[in-house]
Design a protein. Structure first.
Length: 417
C-alpha cells in the first residue's frame, strides 16, 4: 500500500523505519520528515497542521493510508480532512483528539466511563487553583489543560513552583484553565492501544523517563529515554488496561458520536491503591514508540490499516521479539527551557555501525553538508539486545560514539531494570 506519514520527529522516524521495511508498504512518503527519514523514504514539504494541505497531498500521492504522528495536526483536524477526502487515516478526528487536547475533557470522559484515575479539579482562576493545591497537598500535580509538547505538567513539593505554573496556565486568556490533581504514587508505565472505534488491540508496554536529569531530577521534558518490555510488571497488566481503561474509554467516545480511530496512549500509574490513569494521548508516544516498534515483528502497515478501516477484529495476533529495547535521548544545549540550534553532530554513522544499534532523528538539520542540531530533543539512540541490560549496553555504546557541543543525556535510563 501507498502510505503518507505526517510528522518530523524521532517518533515518526521510528514509524517510517518500520513501515519502510514492511512488505505491505509499496511506497512511503513522510511530510515534512527530517534528514534521517529522508534516507529511507520520500519526503514532502507540507504544513503538518494544515488539514487542507495534508488532504491535498494525500490525494496527489493516491495514498491508501495516511498516518498522523504528532498531536497538533490531530487537534487541528487533519484526520477529519483526510477522511472527508475518502482516504483511510490512522488518527482520531479533532473531536476525539480532545482526549489529549484537553485534560479537563479527558477527566470528563474517564468519569463517565468509570475509568480509574486521580482525583482532580479543573480551575479557571488562580484562587481556585490555590484552593485545590491546599486541598490535595504536596506533592503538587499541576497540568496545563491544553497541548504543551510534553512539558505542561509540574510535579513538585514546592507550593510556590506549583502556584506559579498554575498562574501561567490560567492567565493566558479568559478561556484558559489548569487541572490540579492528587499525586499518584507507584511506578508509571505506558501502554499503546490500537483502536478502530470499536475494538482495541494493545501493543507491548514500555516505561519512559520524563525528567531531564539522572535520578529523575530537574524539569519535565518530552521524554529522555524509554525501555521495553517491563519484566517487573504484573502478568495481567495489559489485559487489565484493555478491560478497565482502553475499552471503556473507546466505548464512551463512540457513545457520544466521536469514535476514536487511531492510537490511544494510556499513561498509567501502578499505585498502592491499584491501577490509575495519569494521562491519555491521542497518538504514539515519544520516546516509547522507539522501543516498542524496535520489538514489533508483525506488519505495522497492516495493523494501522486494519485500525483505520474498522477491521481490528480480523487482525492476527501481533508478534514480538524476545529481545529488549532501550532508547536514550540526546538533547541540545539549553533544553528544555530553550534549544540551541546549529551545533555540529558527529558520530552517527559510527553508532549505527555497532551491533544492535540504530539512531533516530528528531531535532536535526543540515548545514554545509553536515548534520546539525535544529531542536530540543535531537536524536534517539536505540539499542536492542538480550534482556534490558544487553539493550541498555548497546544503546549507551551508541551514545558514546556521538558528539554534540553542549549536548545532554541521562546516564541512568533503564538502570537496574
Amino acid at each position: 500500500m501507498r502510505i503518507l506519514l505526517i510528522g518530523s520527529g524521532a517518533r515518526e522516524h521510528a514509524l517510517a523505519r518500520s513501515l519502510a521495511a514492511d512488505p505491505a508498504t509499496s511506497a512511503l512518503t513522510v511530510a515534512p520528515g527530517n534528514p534521517g527519514i529522508a534516507a529511507l523514504a520520500d519526503t514532502a514539504d507540507v504544513q503538518a497542521t494544515d488539514p487542507a494541505a495534508v488532504a491535498a497531498l494525500a490525494q496527489q500521492l493516491d495514498a491508501d493510508l495516511v498516518v498522523v504522528g504528532p498531536e497538533a495536526p490531530l487537534v487541528a483536524g487533519v484526520a477529519d480532512a483526510v477522511r472527508a477526502a475518502g482516504i483511510p487515516v490512522f488518527g482520531p478526528d479533532a473531536a476525539a483528539a480532545r482526549l489529549e487536547g484537553s485534560k479537563a475533557f479527558a477527566k470528563e470522559i474517564m468519569a463517565a466511563a468509570n475509568v480509574p484515575t486521580a482525583m482532580a479539579r479543573v480551575c479557571r482562576t488562580i484562587d481556585e487553583a490555590d484552593d485545590a493545591l491546599d486541598s490535595f497537598g504536596a506533592p503538587h500535580v499541576v497540568k496545563d489543560d491544553g497541548l504543551a509538547a510534553g512539558k505542561g505538567v509540574v510535579v513538585t513539593g514546592d507550593r510556590q513552583v506549583a502556584h506559579d505554573h498554575a498562574h501561567g496556565c490560567v492567565s493566558r486568556d479568559r478561556r484558559s484553565s489548569v487541572v490540579v490533581e492528587e499525586y499518584l504514587d507507584g511506578p508509571e508505565i505506558s501502554l499503546f492501544c490500537l483502536s478502530d472505534g470499536t475494538h482495541v488491540v494493545p501493543l507491548a508496554p514500555a516505561q519512559d523517563f520524563k525528567r531531564l536529569g539522572d535520578g529523575d531530577t530537574g524539569p519535565n521534558t518530552g521524554g529522555m529515554g524509554a525501555y521495553s518490555p517491563l519484566p517487573w510488571a504484573p502478568a495481567d497488566l495489559t489485559e487489565q488496561v484493555v478491560q478497565r481503561v482502553a475499552l471503556p474509554t473507546v466505548r464512551e467516545l463512540a457513545r457520544r458520536g466521536t469514535p476514536f480511530v487511531g492510537l490511544l496512549y494510556c499513561g498509567l500509574a501502578l499505585t498502592s491503591r491499584g491501577l490509575r490513569v495519569v494521562e491519555f494521548n491521542a497518538r504514539f508516544g515519544d520516546p516509547e514508540t522507539q522501543v516498542v516498534l524496535a520489538r514489533l515483528e508483525s506488519s505495522l502497515a497492516s495493523a494501522l490499516y486494519a485500525a483505520a478501516t474498522g477491521q481490528l477484529d480480523t487482525l492476527p495476533d501481533l508478534r514480538w521479539s524476545d529481545d529488549a529495547a532501550v532508547t536514550v535521548v540526546l538533547a541540545s544545549a539549553g533544553y528544555p527551557a530553550s534549544s540551541r540550534s546549529g551545533d555540529v553532530i558527529t558520530g552517527v554513522p559510527a553508532a549505527e555501525a555497532l551491533d544492535g544499534v540504530h539512531v533516530l532523528h528528531a531535532g536535526t538539520g543540515t548545514a554545509a553538508g553536515g548534520l546539525v542540531t535544529a531542536g530540543g530533543r535531537v536524536l534517539s539512540v536505540v539499542g536492542r539486545g538480550a534482556g534490558i541490560a544487553g539493550a541498555r549496553a548497546a544503546a549507551y555504546a551508541g551514545v558514546q560514539q556521538i558528539a554534540i557541543d553542549g549536548g545532554q543525556f541521562r546516564t541512568d535510563i533503564a538502570a537496574g531494570r
